[in-house]
Design a protein around this ligand. Sequence first.
Ligand code: GAP
Length: 547
Amino acid sequence: MSKEQNSLMDKIVSLSKQRGFIFQSSEIYGGLKSAYDYGPLGVELKRNIMNEWWRSMVHEREDVTGIDASIVMHPKVWHASGHLAGFSDPLVDCLISKERFRADKAPKPQKGDELPISCVDKGQAKAYKEAIKKRFEIELRRNGKTLEGLRVIDEKTFGFFESDSDVSANTFPYAGYVGPTFGCPFLSEERQFNLMFRTQLGPVDVLNSISKFMEDNREADSKTIREGVDSIVKESAVYLRPETAQAMFVQFLNCQQSMSMKVPFGIAQMGKSFRNEITTEHFIFRSCEFEQMEMEFFVEPGTQIEWLDYWRDKRLEWWKSYANHPEKFIYRKHDADELAHYADACYDIEYEYPWGYDELEGVASRTDYDLKKHAEHSGAKLSYFDQQKEDPKTGKMGWRYTPYVIEPAAGATRGLLVYLLDAYHEETVKDGKGNDSTRVVMKLHPRLAPIKAAILPLVKKEGLPKIAREIVSDFFKAGINVKYDENHAIGKRYRRHDEAGTPYCITVDGQTKEDGTVTIRDRDTMVQERIPAKEALRIVQDRLVKS
Ligand code: GAP
């Protein structure tokens, strides 16, 4: 990051604390690494962002319904989704398909064995061939949906062989196994995968069982002890969800049937997710506890790419519509070598952060992977029957299929950081004595702003506070969050509300008592107008609707 960019982040962190947007968690005890508390203004801003998302994704759509599921779900959910596979097992990622698997369960081709990479279809084979060429500079031969040319040389090496040649053109380190689904030998290092936070559910104290096991196995080696302890812990283990998405797959049938939803339709959820992130960075950008806003949109197989483009555009427009700098929001298509093995396409919506473009939301085409996995593990029939459609296989009316899924998955807390960065504005203005001074303004979109209007009696006497409080009461009755503020000189109060992002300041002054008018000051232009006090609520309401 350049000095200037660094200083923008520093200014956001400092203003967040000073004005009450975001505080370090447990600060008086020295703070907890990468955990943050949303302060009096932050909690309002976060709720406003999430409420706007809910309004556009659920309330304003007939084809989307919402849920609010438990954070702790049945552990089998995480078995089926693949999140649990490696909690205490060595895990490896396939560098090409992104498949994550247990090294100890993987197929182990031996010296001299061919290493064909078997893809789902020709399209995937083409994409993987390109990805391997780009990353490892070898051109595998494509035979339908199989990629050929790799062979095990010895326990530690595999090679690329031109056709009809026994001499390898390139060699690579061999892990001794290949990915179970595709047979790919291009793999990451083995590592313990510790993404989910684990806790225990139930009345039994696992420490007692562990102590007993240790006493009974004093002579055991470390592998036996680890496996024994692991199996005791697993008996009552539950996990804090690492994404909100899985509940929408698990509750697919209940939502579809209770609301008589017809494909295409979506299920939306927003709320907390937890990840034991190895790297936490950039203030609240990547933290261990965060909030997500996700929607699973179930579509007919074959229509997924059309819907993917639709949701990519819709979501990008949504982010831009609240921004001062919409040009800083872009989308980026994932290269074939970035795609998760269950996805057939994916876009990231990115924002130009001070450190460069980075992810804000993912919009993925997740195929029928998740519903099929949950159907397989639970035995539930997670499919959809369309009476009006012909079954492409039988040619008869009525088609039962597993829907494909498009998933716009956004970070709410990451979105909050984006809107703070987007809103930060400094300008030079004259102070009361005619000297230059810096005015800091948080140009938050009025519908996102934590406080919609500050109601300010010019002085704390002459009946002005009473009139101001009556105006406050009108706003509260209409459900609009305003703040009564009588402390400090009026100029100081204006500056304080500029930094809080309050779009309007309504001032009650001497003239109010004479003609019933107040001033309304616009945060961005600083222009003040006189309006009837009785009209203040309607005027602010109109401006909020039109903003
Ligand atoms: N269900 C798919 C899913 O969770 P993801 O890309 O891992 O996809 C979606 O997460 C969004 O959640 C990201 O684009 C990001 O905005 C947010 N997010 C993910 N991990 C985060 C973290 N550790 N801290 C803050 N936000 C995070």
